[in-house]
Design a protein around this ligand. Sequence first.
Ligand code: ADP
Length: 462
Amino acid sequence: MRVFLTVLAFCWFLVGVFMVLQYHREKEFKAELLDTRLQMHNEQIIQDLRNGEDIINIIQKIDVPVDGLRVTLIDSKGEVIYDNDTHISSRPLSNHNNRPEIIEARNFGKGHAVERISESDDIPYFYSAQLGDNGLVVRSAAPYTHSLIDFLRADFTLLWIMAGLTLVMSLFAFWSSHKISLSITRLSRFAEKAERGEPIYDEEAFPNDELGNIASNIIHLYVQRDQHHKKALKQEQDKIRLKKQLTNNINHELKTPVASILLCLELLEDHPELSDDKKTDFMDKIKINAQRLNALLLDVATITRMDEGATLIEKENVDLKALIDEIIEEERLRTNMKIILDIPSLIVYGNRILLESIFRNLIDNAIAYSGASEMKISADSEGNFIIRDNGCGIPSEHLPYIFERFYRVDKGRSRAAGGTGLGLSIVRNAITLHGGDITAENNNGLTYRFNLKVNKNATKST
Ligand code: ADP
């Protein structure tokens, strides 16, 4: 606003200077116009005198350009030899050669004086003098009557138009600068907020002009980047939290089997007298706990690898039907549960080990926890899977949490079954890494639904 007022003041100053100059020019123009008329009058008298006419006759017949015009003839010595104003001519008159219009006329042929008070009758006149023959000067003097003053007055129309236009321009400039300052004020308010780290919303309305558009684009970009930054920060924090959680849980999960192994070893060491059956018992316990530790380490390694990101995981075209067939063959060796596979040939561009862990975990879980007699794995050609068992299902209050790390429905049973509590978490992560999502529901047993992104362009390779 301060800039605007400075510029406006400068504009008004320029307009003021221009108006004063124009006013003077206008007055000069009017004076020149009157001078030209009077000089024409003088010229005519000189011409008539040259033709030998008498001055009285000339004055009587000649057209008078201005009311009350005084005509004076001054000889080469400066003496007034004629003045049509008898009142003046009857008085003794001083030498006229020192009058400015006469000096000018003698020097340049023509001369004039504006609003000079006559020494002869104390009235202001407009004098125009012209040098004639033999040093004779003819002078016409127009008295400043109302009509002459009106005539000589500058025409203010143009000046009023200029003042009006400047006012309109100032109002327009004020309106535009108000719009600009609106954008600038809002932009600086945004900058202050951003500096203080206060929340900024992308709903600030800006005037619909270039600056307004630039300002709202800046804010839009800032808000977008801010959201992106916050999202990345949250993801990073989640990752750290999960890692911490994982470390804590691992410590916790490790404690029991390690303590159990140590206890068995101490007992074996301290009591060599124990019977062979007892010793075998302790050895079996050590073996089971070591297997638990091994399973835990494997699962943690898988989870950690997935956490590191998809880029670190090697991918290839995997024939899912063949892969699941192999898993089922192996599982059949250790279960009576009927496993039905009903899927078309599907090629997924992914990590073979992770894909295998999806199906192995789901089948293992059904065997370990569901008590089902039958399990069916079906899919369509788009990679939409439904895996259903006819077992006990999962109590609905547990369902929302089963994909969380180390979440177990029945802790004792899970541990007894050799579970780490990481199985379904690995399944969900592996599916996410292959472009899908998984849900679980109770439906006369447990039903999982998930999808894997199928590579339809790939040729079969296993
Ligand atoms: P774990 O690695 O210990 O097997 P999971 O994450 O695989 O743990 O499974 C979480 C819990 O979900 C298990 O403790 C088990 O109680 C329950 N569960 C998983 N699958 C089934 C199923 N098919 N039927 C019933 N319960 C299941």
